[in-house]
Design a protein around this ligand. Structure first.
Ligand code: TNX
Length: 516
């Protein structure tokens, strides 16, 4: 059968064949440019993965690619240093990429003889590898050997991202999610070239990261979750394992400690953090806005400084997220006092502060390099445009577009709906560079898709809410606006389904998408 996919050229679709060739432009997120050619490449059983000689990181990307391909092809796929001009197999090279590739882009060439990915950085090679995966038949993602043939459509892809920050957020506080689930999520977001994972580590219902100076935060504050289950927390070794796993996939972890509100778990763990010196009980409901650190006590600042210093020491990425949202129990003047003491602590720990957009209040000083995360539901916000005028950068997560915990429609069994229903088209149809009045594209660092977990307990729940909306937000962050086209997108998105099925991703079959 031949189908014409809008904006994606001719695509051969044969339902029964074991391994169907993809089309070079039919990838998510859409590339800057894709030129098909007539000759495809078939991966031979004796193929090598050759990587830039002398680059351990390029060899690492080669090993990552070979690890994926070996499982389904059953081929040996040795990874060796590249010698001379690439003539066969798959080459990952740090030479010859166009200047436009920048720090994260790549050029991918598929000819009858070989596959060559060129980039200026190992990160660019990694992004090219994600494209290559999508050009192979869906069965390439199988964890067990499949027959092939492993045909890759011919042509050239030249690609680089629109925004440097493309994020996903996982709330591990409302329901605790173990290290293995986080690793799985990292693998899945990396498929779509997402390069930041924001971990919402603390909230009223649980404190999920060990702090040596304040051990009860994790052992007591982490001992429950929404609904009263046993909760859990990451030891520092667990956290470092997540950071390292993410780094191998060119994903930077952004840890969030949400203060001064959303702090019942901390207040329950240490009586001295409360203004009245009395620790409240642990909390397992889903109300927000009732807790606050005591902004007039020195203990509070000792606590915050210790936590941020310890967290910074195990976080190689540039950001510490300090929350700052829904501090409804903190009077505005106290909120400003608190943030004006805490923002410099982040800087002293060697990091830039990220915060939910309430941190942009005019009474809170403009810490250099700070980033506000917009989560509102309106297209203009004076707090944000005011802070941007004073130099703040913004990550866009409008709740009625980018919140993966919103129900798709009234029948969705999981999730919340306070920001409305968010179907796939709603998640896709907005322009992060021109969405908020007074926030020009030059002030937008990128996008982030938060996944709050009040109602989400398992990996299956996470998958059902993230797929297929996460790839939509990823495309908004990566693809040039000139490629934005709902008809083309829903066809390309639908073509991902066979991959998700092979990977065991339990996704939502939106009726808005043309599923392959
Ligand atoms: C609002 S968004 C919150 C979270 C909730 C979420 C549920 C934000 C900064 N705060 O505390 O989990 O809504 O959708």
């Amino acid at each position: 059968v031949l189908t014409l996919a809008a904006g994606a050229g001719l695509v051969a679709v044969t339902a029964a064949s074991p391994a169907t060739a993809a089309s070079i432009g039919r990838i998510v997120p859409a590339p800057v440019s894709a030129q098909p050619s007539a000759t495809a490449y078939t991966l031979p059983s004796d193929a090598r993965v050759q990587t830039q000689a002398g680059s351990a990181q390029a060899a690492g990307v080669g090993a990552y690619l070979a690890g994926i391909l070996r499982r389904s092809t059953g081929y040996a796929l040795p990874v060796t240093p590249a010698r001379g001009a690439p003539s066969s197999g798959i080459s990952l090279l740090l030479t010859g990429a166009p200047d436009t590739a920048g720090e994260q882009g790549y050029q991918l060439d598929v000819t009858a003889k070989a596959v060559v990915i060129r980039a200026r950085t190992p990160n660019g090679l990694f992004n090219g590898v994600q494209t290559l995966r999508q050009l192979l038949p869906a069965e390439i993602e199988s964890a067990t050997a499949r027959p092939g043939p492993w045909v890759i459509p011919g042509g050239r892809v030249v690609d680089h991202p629109r925004f440097t920050y493309r994020g996903a957020m996982l709330d591990v506080a409302r329901h605790f999610h173990p290290v293995e689930t986080v690793k799985q999520y990292i693998d899945r977001i990396a498929l779509y070239k997402i390069n930041y994972l924001h971990l919402h580590l603390t909230d009223d219902q649980g404190w999920r990261i060990a702090v040596d100076g304040w051990p009860r935060l994790a052992t007591y504050g982490g001992s429950t979750q929404v609904g009263g289950g046993p909760g859990g927390y990451y030891t520092k070794a667990d956290y470092k394992e997540i950071v390292a796993y993410a780094a191998q996939r060119f994903v930077t972890i952004v840890p969030e400690v949400d203060i001064p509100g959303h702090t019942n778990a901390a207040l329950a763990s240490y009586a001295e953090l409360n203004c009245d010196g009395v620790a409240p009980p642990l909390y397992t409901g889903i109300r927000v806005g009732f807790s606050s650190l005591c902004t007039s006590k020195e203990d509070t600042y000792t606590f915050v400084k210790d936590v941020l210093t310890e967290l910074a020491a195990i976080t190689p990425g540039p950001y510490l997220h300090i929350g700052g949202d829904e501090a409804h129990s903190t009077p505005a003047a106290d909120y400003a006092t608190f943030m004006n003491r805490v923002q410099p602590m982040v800087a002293a720990a060697g990091k830039s502060a990220m915060g939910w957009h309430q941190m942009g209040a005019p009474t809170v000083g403009d810490a250099p390099g700070r980033v506000l995360q917009y989560w509102g539901t309106t297209a203009s916000d004076a707090t944000v445009s005011g802070a941007v005028a004073r130099g703040a950068k913004v990550v866009m997560s409008p709740a009625n577009k980018a919140y993966l915990d919103m129900k798709y429609d009234a029948t969705t069994p999981l999730g919340l709906s306070w920001a409305g229903y968010v179907e796939v088209k709603t998640a896709y149809d907005w322009n992060p560079g021109a969405y908020l009045a007074g926030v020009p594209e030059s002030s937008v660092l990128g996008v982030e898709a938060p996944l709050w977990t009040e109602t989400l307990l398992t990996e299956d729940h996470i998958e059902y809410m993230a797929f297929p909306r996460l790839p939509a937000i990823a495309e908004l962050g990566w693809s040039p606006w000139s490629t934005h086209d709902w008809e083309g997108f829903r066809a390309r998105l639908g073509a991902q389904a066979p991959r998700w099925t092979v990977m065991g991703i339990d996704f939502y079959r939106s009726s808005q998408v043309v599923w392959s």
